[in-house]
Each structure stands twice: as C-alpha cells, then as structure tokens.
Ligand binder design. Structure first.
Ligand code: GLC
Length: 443
C-alpha cells in the first residue's frame, strides 16, 4: 500500500485485513497445530515442544499441605495451600511480589537466592514453623524438560528473563541448593510444575470435566492430559494412563506474521522464537500497538504527523495502556501527547482493538485445536481453566475468545466452558505434590 492510496479510514481497513484471522485461516491453523502436536509427541522437530509433566490428573481425594512458590512472568507468589481430600483447597497465607529487574537479568544463583530469601520472609511473616520438614511445590513458568516430577532442565528463557547460568541446569536442584545456602535445608521440593499444568490441576481437583489449562498473561501457553500410549517419546513406565502435556504453545510457528510482528520479532531478545506468544501475550501487545501507531504517525494519518518522539521508545506502551483505551480512557497525558482530536482518539482506539482482537481470536483457534485433538466431534463437555491478567482483566477479551470458538464450532462450542482460575498456577502445584504423594502410597 502506498501512502497516497488512503486516508485514515483506508488505513484502518487495511490494518484490519493485516491483523485478521478468518475462519478459513483458522482451519489451516488448526491443521498445522495438529501436525506440530503429532511431531512434538513423537520427539521430532516441532515448534510445539509437547513436554511430558510426569503427572496425571488428580482424583480429588488427594490430601496434603504444601508451601507453594510460583515464579511467573511478572510476579512471584508464595502460598501455604492445604487440600482436604474432598475437593476443597484452602489457601491460608499468600505473599506476592513484583519480580525485581535484578532477579530477571542477574545471575541464576542470585535469582534462586532471592527466591529462598522470600521463602524465609514468608515463614517469618506468617509465623510458619514447628515442623521438622516442609514440602514445597514449585511452579516455574518457563519451558523445562522434565525428567521426573522433581527435576527439570531449563530449555531456554522466554518472556524477558535472561538470568545467566540457568539454561541447561536443573531448576529444582538450583532452588534446593539456594535453600540450603540460606539455612532452610528442612524444606524439600516435592513437585515441579509449569503454570499451565498448575492451572489445570487446580480446577480438575474439584471438576472432572476440566481437561485443559491455559495461561494468557505476560506469556501464553497451554496443557492437556494425553494418553501415555500416544506419547511416543515418553518411555517412563510410571503409574499414569494419562499425563499432562505442557505444550509450550507460545512457540507455535504456523501463524502468518505481518510486518509489525516481523519487526517486533527481529528486535526482540529471542528472534525467530515464540511466534504465537509474540502475537498474543501481554508482554507484547502494547509493543505491537506502539509499532502500528508509530507507522500511522509516520504516514501522516494520525496526530497530523506529530507526537512521534513521544512513542518512539520500545516497550513503553504496555498492554495496560491498551486496556485503558478499551475502557474508554487514554494514555496521552502519561506520554506527553498533546493536540489529540476526536478522530485521533477514535483511530487509536480502533488500532488497539484490532491488535487485541487478533490476540483473542488466536487463543480461540488454539483452544479449538486442542479440544478437537482430544475430542474430534466434541461429544463431551470440556472445561478450560484459564489464568492470567490479559484474560482476566482486558475488557471484552474473554468474550472475544468465546465468540471465536462459536464462529469455528457453531453450537458445539457450548460444550467448551472457559473458566477463570485465579492463582490456579500456584495452587495447582500443591495438587501435583499431593497426586505424587498418593501415587507413591499406592505403588
Ligand atoms: C512462556 C513460558 C511457558 C509459560 C508461559 C505462561 O510461554 O515459556 O512455560 O507457561 O509463558 O506463563
């Protein structure tokens, strides 16, 4: 498209096309998803890692009390979680912290020392003590190649983490060593889980129809239970007929990237990777919208070509800003943007809507891909447990995901329930600890 070809309206309809995910596109995406799932499960080269998590779904009768550490993309949460064996989960203490930058970009040893210190503070603050030992369940929201329920090698950092000396190492061993360094060797790490697996397990503990866990927050990913006989690369003779597969769907490479996606990817710390995540998750939506807005200013269809420098810093526009716009507010004052006309306002709001709508529609397609993989003609009910701020807080996002499912599956979409499971990522790793303990007892 040449500059002379359009005014603002022309540009916005061009933008809609560039960011559209049609039903026809979706059918191809679902096919590609299924192919990549197959390859991933067979241990062949695939953009979906399909990582076995060494745990099967809970029955709801598992009991136990666990200290949970949930290291996500933006926050670290520590909780004390108790399961009563009747489907009830009690969270008696919670501490949340925004992960400081020095933990994200420093050394791995310092990262795990910080986590151990936080655990120490948590014990003090909530007066936890008196037992000889404590069991800890660790939710670690990054791709880990698990070799057992209590060991996992970090394949590579995602989101904005770069802490050195962790890739290729066992994160449970690193946490256990840090706990010992901080004189807390009485805490035993008994389970390691991805946040999607935690989310699924938290809901499944009391809802047998739950067979998918999804995170739509800083990053995005999903998991589901798979028959062990279908996981060709899985050789563990274990006790489970089904185990949960952490798909790492953020890596899916079967989507068409537009010029904004390509530019974002090239400028990112991990070019060529996490394609789906970069088009969907909270870490990137603001940056995609910023690139679109900068393009609109440069082409003279926005702000009469002014205010360019206000928006020139990468990642300065965040998904929270887009969320403000979706609520009818704006971010102009914070960025020192002046002389905003009603038309500019409308144009910004439309650009943000186009970017966030594509994200929700991709999530809808991806959920449809996984559910139809498990149940081709949708003969059963499926509850999808979802955690993450984008899904929870972005105005209209969850409806847009549901609408996409309806467009794709018609009335059969009624069989898919999307359920927010707040803090599920952490709570569920306690469920994993309890499932592991009870399967040891039954051996
Ligand atoms: C990233 C991580 C993945 C995690 C997701 C959501 O995609 O690689 O493990 O589940 O973010 O936090």
């Amino acid at each position: 498209m040449k500059n002379s070809d359009y005014g603002l309206d022309g540009f916005l309809s061009h933008l809609k096309g560039v960011f559209s995910i049609t039903v026809e596109d979706s059918r191809d995406i679902i096919k590609a998803f299924h192919q990549e799932m197959n390859l991933g499960l067979a241990g062949m080269n695939s953009s979906l890692k399909m990582i076995p998590s060494f745990v099967g779904p809970p029955k709801g009768t598992e009991k136990g009390r666990y200290i949970v550490v949930d290291l996500g993309g933006t926050n670290i949460r520590i909780m004390s979680v108790e399961l009563d064996g009747k489907g009830n989960i009690d969270v008696s203490a919670v501490s949340r912290l925004v992960i400081p930058n020095e933990m994200i970009c420093g050394t791995g040893e310092a990262l795990f020392d910080h986590i151990a210190e936080y655990i120490g503070h948590f014990f003090e603050k909530h007066h936890i003590g008196g037992q000889k030992t404590y069991d800890l369940a660790f939710t670690f929201s990054f791709p880990i190649e698990q070799h057992s329920l209590v060991s996992g090698i970090l394949i590579g950092w995602t989101k904005n983490f770069t802490a050195s000396g962790v890739v290729g190492k066992d994160v449970v061993a690193m946490l256990s060593e840090a706990l010992k360094r901080k004189n807390m060797g009485f805490i035993n790490v008994v389970a390691l889980a991805n946040d999607t697996v935690g989310t699924l397990m938290a809901r499944r503990y009391s809802d047998p129809s739950c067979d998918m866990g999804v995170i739509i927050g800083t990053g995005t990913n999903a998991c589901y239970p798979e028959k062990t006989s279908r996981i060709l690369k899985y050789t563990d003779p274990g006790t489970f007929e089904e185990i949960i597969i952490n798909m790492e769907w953020g890596g899916f490479a079967g989507l068409k990237m537009n010029i904004y996606d390509q530019a974002l990817d090239l400028a990112s710390g991990n070019p060529g990777m996490q394609h789906l995540e970069k088009m969907v998750s909270g870490m990137y939506l603001g940056e995609i919208a910023r690139r679109v807005i900068v393009d609109m200013i440069t082409r003279g269809v926005l702000f009469c070509g002014s205010n360019l420098s206000a928006l020139s810093g990468e990642y300065t526009l965040r998904t929270e800003h887009l969320s403000l716009v979706a609520q009818g507010s704006d971010f102009f004052e914070e960025f020192g943007i002046t002389d905003v006309s009603e038309t500019d306002r409308m144009a910004i709001s439309e650009a943000c809507r186009i970017v966030s709508t594509r994200s929700a529609r991709i999530v809808g397609v991806a959920i449809a891909a996984v559910v139809t993989w498990m149940d081709k003609s949708l003969e059963r009910n499926h509850t999808v447990a979802i955690d993450g701020a984008l899904f929870e807080k972005y105005p209209g996002y969850s409806d847009c995901v549901a609408d996409m499912l309806h467009e794709l599956l018609g009335e059969r979409a009624e069989r898919i329930r999307l359920e927010l499971v707040k803090d599920g990522s952490g709570i569920g790793s306690a469920v994993i600890g309890a499932v592991a303990a009870s399967s040891c007892r039954h051996r």
